[in-house]
Ligand binder design. Structure first.
Ligand SMILES: [Zn+2]
Length: 174
Protein backbone atom coordinates (compact mmCIF):
# COMPACT_ATOMS: atom_id res chain seq x y z
CA UNK A 1 0.00 0.00 0.00
CA UNK A 2 1.09 3.52 -0.68
CA UNK A 3 -0.07 7.05 -0.07
CA UNK A 4 -0.35 8.74 -3.44
CA UNK A 5 -0.07 12.47 -4.19
CA UNK A 6 -3.51 14.05 -4.71
CA UNK A 7 -3.81 16.39 -7.69
CA UNK A 8 -5.19 19.86 -7.08
CA UNK A 9 -7.56 21.84 -9.29
CA UNK A 10 -5.93 22.99 -12.51
CA UNK A 11 -4.36 19.64 -13.32
CA UNK A 12 -5.90 18.51 -16.63
CA UNK A 13 -6.14 14.89 -15.45
CA UNK A 14 -8.96 15.92 -13.11
CA UNK A 15 -11.12 16.90 -16.06
CA UNK A 16 -9.96 14.30 -18.60
CA UNK A 17 -12.07 11.38 -19.82
CA UNK A 18 -11.89 8.25 -17.66
CA UNK A 19 -11.71 4.78 -19.20
CA UNK A 20 -13.95 1.95 -17.96
CA UNK A 21 -12.31 -0.59 -15.66
CA UNK A 22 -11.96 -3.88 -17.50
CA UNK A 23 -9.15 -5.68 -15.73
CA UNK A 24 -9.83 -6.54 -12.08
CA UNK A 25 -6.38 -8.05 -11.63
CA UNK A 26 -3.59 -7.37 -9.17
CA UNK A 27 -2.80 -3.91 -10.47
CA UNK A 28 -6.36 -2.76 -9.82
CA UNK A 29 -6.36 -4.36 -6.36
CA UNK A 30 -3.30 -2.39 -5.38
CA UNK A 31 -4.81 0.82 -6.82
CA UNK A 32 -7.93 0.22 -4.68
CA UNK A 33 -5.79 -0.25 -1.55
CA UNK A 34 -3.85 2.90 -2.37
CA UNK A 35 -7.05 4.93 -2.91
CA UNK A 36 -8.38 3.86 0.49
CA UNK A 37 -5.08 4.53 2.23
CA UNK A 38 -4.61 7.91 0.54
CA UNK A 39 -8.19 8.88 1.47
CA UNK A 40 -7.69 7.93 5.12
CA UNK A 41 -4.46 9.87 5.33
CA UNK A 42 -5.87 13.05 3.72
CA UNK A 43 -8.39 12.59 5.45
CA UNK A 44 -11.43 12.41 3.20
CA UNK A 45 -14.62 10.40 2.79
CA UNK A 46 -13.84 9.27 -0.73
CA UNK A 47 -11.27 9.40 -3.49
CA UNK A 48 -11.50 8.90 -7.24
CA UNK A 49 -8.68 7.52 -9.41
CA UNK A 50 -8.36 10.69 -11.55
CA UNK A 51 -7.46 12.58 -8.34
CA UNK A 52 -4.27 10.52 -8.19
CA UNK A 53 -3.68 10.95 -11.93
CA UNK A 54 -5.16 7.64 -13.08
CA UNK A 55 -7.97 8.15 -15.59
CA UNK A 56 -9.99 5.05 -14.79
CA UNK A 57 -13.63 4.84 -13.73
CA UNK A 58 -12.96 3.75 -10.18
CA UNK A 59 -13.42 5.43 -6.81
CA UNK A 60 -13.49 4.46 -3.15
CA UNK A 61 -15.78 5.71 -0.39
CA UNK A 62 -15.35 5.15 3.33
CA UNK A 63 -17.46 7.31 5.62
CA UNK A 64 -15.69 5.76 8.64
CA UNK A 65 -12.30 6.99 7.32
CA UNK A 66 -10.53 3.72 8.02
CA UNK A 67 -12.29 2.83 11.25
CA UNK A 68 -14.81 0.30 9.97
CA UNK A 69 -13.91 -2.22 7.24
CA UNK A 70 -17.65 -2.73 6.63
CA UNK A 71 -17.96 0.91 5.57
CA UNK A 72 -15.59 0.51 2.60
CA UNK A 73 -17.27 0.89 -0.77
CA UNK A 74 -15.55 0.31 -4.11
CA UNK A 75 -17.25 1.98 -7.06
CA UNK A 76 -15.97 0.57 -10.34
CA UNK A 77 -17.81 1.75 -13.46
CA UNK A 78 -20.60 3.25 -11.33
CA UNK A 79 -23.92 4.46 -12.71
CA UNK A 80 -26.52 6.38 -10.74
CA UNK A 81 -29.85 4.77 -11.58
CA UNK A 82 -32.12 7.27 -9.88
CA UNK A 83 -32.02 10.17 -7.46
CA UNK A 84 -34.60 11.40 -4.99
CA UNK A 85 -34.96 14.66 -3.06
CA UNK A 86 -32.76 17.75 -3.08
CA UNK A 87 -30.74 19.46 -0.41
CA UNK A 88 -28.16 22.25 -0.34
CA UNK A 89 -25.20 20.74 1.41
CA UNK A 90 -21.77 21.93 2.38
CA UNK A 91 -19.12 20.12 0.40
CA UNK A 92 -15.36 20.07 0.04
CA UNK A 93 -12.97 18.15 -2.20
CA UNK A 94 -9.43 16.91 -1.63
CA UNK A 95 -8.53 18.51 -4.97
CA UNK A 96 -9.62 21.92 -3.59
CA UNK A 97 -7.84 21.69 -0.23
CA UNK A 98 -9.23 23.98 2.45
CA UNK A 99 -12.23 25.20 0.44
CA UNK A 100 -15.90 24.44 1.02
CA UNK A 101 -19.04 25.52 -0.77
CA UNK A 102 -22.69 24.54 -0.86
CA UNK A 103 -23.98 22.34 -3.65
CA UNK A 104 -27.42 20.98 -4.38
CA UNK A 105 -27.40 17.19 -4.11
CA UNK A 106 -30.04 14.46 -4.05
CA UNK A 107 -30.94 13.21 -0.56
CA UNK A 108 -31.13 9.59 -1.73
CA UNK A 109 -30.08 7.61 -4.78
CA UNK A 110 -29.67 4.15 -6.20
CA UNK A 111 -26.32 3.23 -7.72
CA UNK A 112 -25.07 0.28 -9.73
CA UNK A 113 -21.34 -0.43 -9.68
CA UNK A 114 -18.83 -3.25 -9.82
CA UNK A 115 -16.97 -4.17 -6.64
CA UNK A 116 -13.26 -4.96 -6.33
CA UNK A 117 -13.88 -8.42 -7.83
CA UNK A 118 -15.83 -7.08 -10.80
CA UNK A 119 -19.21 -8.25 -9.45
CA UNK A 120 -22.10 -5.90 -10.21
CA UNK A 121 -23.85 -4.60 -7.09
CA UNK A 122 -26.81 -2.30 -6.71
CA UNK A 123 -27.53 -0.35 -3.56
CA UNK A 124 -29.38 2.65 -2.21
CA UNK A 125 -27.68 5.43 -0.36
CA UNK A 126 -29.06 8.31 1.68
CA UNK A 127 -27.70 11.45 3.32
CA UNK A 128 -23.94 11.73 3.55
CA UNK A 129 -23.36 8.47 1.67
CA UNK A 130 -25.57 9.66 -1.22
CA UNK A 131 -23.71 13.00 -1.29
CA UNK A 132 -20.30 11.28 -1.28
CA UNK A 133 -21.27 8.78 -3.99
CA UNK A 134 -22.52 11.68 -6.17
CA UNK A 135 -19.26 13.54 -5.58
CA UNK A 136 -17.12 10.55 -6.60
CA UNK A 137 -19.27 9.67 -9.64
CA UNK A 138 -18.93 13.32 -10.68
CA UNK A 139 -15.12 12.92 -10.56
CA UNK A 140 -15.36 9.93 -12.89
CA UNK A 141 -17.28 12.15 -15.32
CA UNK A 142 -14.69 14.93 -15.04
CA UNK A 143 -17.11 17.07 -13.02
CA UNK A 144 -15.73 19.04 -10.07
CA UNK A 145 -17.48 21.03 -7.34
CA UNK A 146 -16.75 24.31 -9.14
CA UNK A 147 -18.76 23.08 -12.15
CA UNK A 148 -21.90 23.01 -9.98
CA UNK A 149 -21.60 26.69 -9.12
CA UNK A 150 -23.25 29.35 -11.20
CA UNK A 151 -22.48 33.03 -11.89
CA UNK A 152 -21.67 35.05 -8.75
CA UNK A 153 -21.11 32.02 -6.54
CA UNK A 154 -18.68 30.56 -9.07
CA UNK A 155 -16.76 33.84 -9.38
CA UNK A 156 -16.43 34.12 -5.61
CA UNK A 157 -15.26 30.51 -5.35
CA UNK A 158 -12.70 31.02 -8.13
CA UNK A 159 -11.41 34.10 -6.33
CA UNK A 160 -10.76 31.92 -3.27
CA UNK A 161 -9.04 29.34 -5.53
CA UNK A 162 -6.72 32.04 -6.91
CA UNK A 163 -5.96 33.25 -3.38
CA UNK A 164 -4.98 29.73 -2.30
CA UNK A 165 -2.72 29.46 -5.34
CA UNK A 166 -1.05 32.82 -4.70
CA UNK A 167 -0.44 31.95 -1.08
CA UNK A 168 1.29 28.80 -2.31
CA UNK A 169 -1.03 26.67 -0.17
CA UNK A 170 -1.84 24.56 -3.19
CA UNK A 171 1.34 22.90 -4.23
CA UNK A 172 0.65 19.82 -6.23
CA UNK A 173 2.91 17.13 -4.86
CA UNK A 174 2.64 15.25 -8.15
ZN1 LIG B 1 -13.49 15.53 -4.85
Amino acid sequence: MAILPILVYGDPRLEAANQPVEDFGEELQSLIEDLFETGWEAPGLGLAAPQVGINLRIATVDLSVGKDPEARVVLANPEIIFCRGKASLEEGCLSFPGLFTTIERPTALRVRAQDNGGRWREFEAEGLLAQTVCHEVDHLNGVLIVHHLRSMKRRLFMRRVEKMRKLGVWQSTA
